[in-house]
Design a protein around this ligand. Structure first.
Ligand code: NAG
Ligand code: NAG
Ligand code: NAG
Ligand code: NAG
Ligand code: NAG
Ligand code: NAG
Ligand code: NAG
Length: 599
């Protein structure tokens, strides 16, 4: 159902698009934040032609966040700032002005025609639309739906109205086409994967890839390659660090190597950022919501003075600063079920930089990198960016993620741009009264299995479905995370979930259940020190597995979570070892170990 609606919202009707975007802002007013949310976007498989529409779940999916625009360069408004006003449906929208200007910028720069219409045209529809908009592409991924019994979507002609009757909502969304019925078919990504790779195999693969480089031999040698090679040798012979005030050694696969590599990165690494590419798809960071990781990285990289060089001849690495989120938002053709043009857009870009500069062709892209958090990013970057280092939230080994080359980028849900650390922390271990907690929507095939086994089965296992909506429930969700020993992070439509970082944020030991998911910073972190990673088939034994962890081990895990927290935080001014630096470091580290040289 989400699918269908999502499609509707993508259709060519510019006015609708804007309206929905404006409603996204409105949505901030009313819904504060949506927790729990699900993960992943609905079901396009990488083969877009094989797209099957619509899950039968009502409009159960909410956009994971709404874009709000402060006009020019950075995007992101603090949804939480609207809390207090948020309950009054008759409020006018303050943001229309800035929204309007943003839309105009968008329209100009992306050649997309956004018609700007006054928000007030929606008349009384406000709160209903605010719910509606959650399932639009205003942010293309969706929140778990919470408690609302949404009945049906139908299309009607060129109009946008809705009716609400207490709990039931009917949506009539305009389209030029005639009324279409909603077909209910099982989307591809709602099916279990054909092959599974468990964490043990991933570890073996990483070891294997470390011993032999897979990157192309460069077309000509460069003294910068030699610098990297020298760094590699130093890392491999890292002096053993015994006392370290800054880093907690158990968190790392090899603490000494990490430390040495990080120092060498600080001392050596130079990055060139391509100037090509227009806003908003390029150079336009979005700092809020579920795709915030790519936006924060982009902003901090482009502002950076330490690593960035103006002369590409001096660079070890080349950054292609696009936003996978904006790519979808700007050029995905609504209702098309077709993402070919998104990929083509990036191919054109790659062709441009490879024709204009000699660096791309030198290595086939092996010293180029991208940072992208949208679920579609693996698809969008396939083929033309195939040999680049891809930092992806959707780090799925069955979707082309290459362990040892690509970097698993943490999916961070940023609620407050001004204060991304808001609400951080949780109860001490002794006061965590709930054994295991999960709440969220039934995205994908796995969560229904989890609920089937554990919902209302055991008082220690707070395994819930969608939580009722609203501020109180947001707090309840966070409080549950702060009061639970283990937070279950099952996959949704895609392998990645914001819950992993969220658990770390609230100092709850994450229990990741997502076969084929490569956990963040896999190449350097020892996830055994601060999480449990279970196979999907372990779900029936979940409680026994959790209870079998001795108290002493649990305390170590929880300490690990508190110590690893700082590596998962964004800062407006980056700090040593924070998320910005961890991301850049993993890109550097993988380049160091993949490099192939021509002597
Ligand atoms: C909502 O705003 C309207 C107009 O500003 C006001 O008349 C009404 O009392 C407000 N309602 C609440 C619940 O605050
Ligand atoms: C944008 O929309 C306006 C009003 O609907 C129309 O006049 C104009 O031709 C459109 N521009 C493009 C590029 O489609
Ligand atoms: C939209 O539909 C409603 C109800 O069907 C109708 O009253 C209204 O005039 C329509 N508006 C437009 C712009 O077509
Ligand atoms: C949609 O399908 C259902 C069941 O097949 C049918 O009852 C309903 O009338 C259809 N609605 C439309 C608008 O075609
Ligand atoms: C870490 O790496 C260093 C350098 O390669 C090595 O000497 C040391 O034994 C490694 N430590 C562990 C715990 O593997
Ligand atoms: C998808 O769109 C591209 C152009 O953007 C077009 O060439 C292709 O035929 C479309 N594919 C399908 C299945 O419609
Ligand atoms: C790089 O390779 C592409 C494709 O082979 C080619 O079109 C392009 O001109 C090359 N770039 C340079 C700078 O030679």
């Amino acid at each position: 159902m989400f699918q269908y609606f999502h499609e509707l919202c993508h259709m060519g009707n510019r006015r609708l698009l804007f309206l929905l975007a404006a409603l996204g802002v409105n949505y901030l007013l009313f819904q504060s934040i949506l927790v729990p949310y699900g993960n992943g976007r609905a079901p396009w498989s990488s083969d877009s032609s094989a797209f099957n529409s619509i899950e039968d779940e009502g409009i159960q999916n909410y956009a994971k966040s709404s874009l709000v625009f402060d006009g020019v360069s950075k995007i992101g408004v603090d949804r939480n700032d609207f809390h207090d006003v948020g309950k009054n449906n008759s409020l006018e929208l303050d943001n229309v002005g800035s929204m309007k200007s943003f839309m105009e910028i968008l329209a100009k720069e992306s050649k997309v025609n956004f018609s700007v219409k006054r928000f007030s045209e929606t008349k009384r529809g406000v709160s209903t639309f605010s719910q509606l908009v959650k399932s639009t592409n205003v942010d293309s991924r969706e929140y778990d739906r919470v408690g609302l019994d949404t009945s049906r979507i139908t299309t009607s002609s060129a109009n946008l109205t809705h009716l609400e009757d207490s709990q039931k909502i009917k949506l009539f969304v305009s389209d030029k086409s005639t009324a279409a019925n909603v077909t209910v078919r099982k989307p591809k990504c709602n099916m279990p994967p054909k092959s599974r790779m468990l964490i043990q195999e991933m570890n073996h693969l990483l070891q294997r890839r470390r011993t032999s480089s897979r990157a192309m031999k460069p077309r000509w040698s460069s003294k910068l390659d030699m610098e990297i090679l020298a760094a590699r040798s130093e890392i491999e012979h890292a002096p053993i660090v015994t006392h370290d005030k800054e880093l907690y050694a158990p968190l790392f696969r090899n603490h000494s190597m990490f430390k040495r590599s990080y120092e060498l990165m600080e001392r050596t690494l130079k990055v060139y950022i391509y100037k090509e590419g227009n806003k908003p798809i390029f150079h336009q960071p979005i700092l809020k919501g579920l795709y915030a990781s790519e936006g924060w990285f982009m902003m901090l990289m482009e502002e950076n003075k330490q690593f960035v060089v103006k002369d590409p001849a001096k660079a070890h690495l080349f950054y292609m600063p696009f936003s996978s989120r904006m790519l979808e938002f700007s050029i995905y053709v609504r209702n098309s079920h077709n993402r070919t043009n998104l990929r083509r857009y990036l191919k054109d870009y790659t062709d441009t930089i490879s024709a204009k500069y000699r660096y791309f062709n030198r290595t086939g892209g092996a010293d180029h990198f991208l940072v992208a958090c949208h679920d579609w990013a693996p698809y969008e970057t396939r083929h033309h960016m195939e040999y680049c280092i891809k930092a992806l939230c959707n780090s799925d080994v069955t979707q082309g993620f290459k362990i040892g080359r690509d970097v698993s980028l943490p999916e961070t849900m940023v609620r407050s741009v001004r204060n991304p650390q808001r609400d951080i922390g949780g109860k001490p271990p002794q006061q965590r009264s709930i054994l295991a907690f999960y709440a969220g929507n039934m995205h994908g095939y796995l969560r229904p299995i989890l609920l089937k086994h554990w919902k209302d089965k055991d008082p220690d296992m707070k395994i819930l479905g969608p939580m009722p909506h609203g501020v109180a429930h947001k707090m309840s969700y966070i409080q549950h995370m702060k009061s639970s020993k283990y937070c279950i992070c099952p996959k949704g439509y895609e392998v990645n979930s914001p819950r992993v970082v969220e658990a770390i944020f609230y100092e709850c030991v994450p229990v990741i259940i997502s076969d084929n998911f490569v956990p963040p910073f896999f190449e350097v972190l020892n996830w055994d020190a601060f999480s449990l990673i279970l196979a999907e088939k372990d779900i029936p034994n979940l409680k026994q597995i959790l209870l079998s962890v001795p108290e002493e081990k649990y305390l170590k895990l929880q300490l690990g979570v508190r110590r690893v927290q700082k590596h998962f935080l964004w800062h407006t001014k980056p700090l040593k070892y924070d998320l910005f630096h961890m991301t850049l470091h993993s890109i550097w580290y993988n380049r160091v170990f993949q490099i192939n040289v021509r002597k």
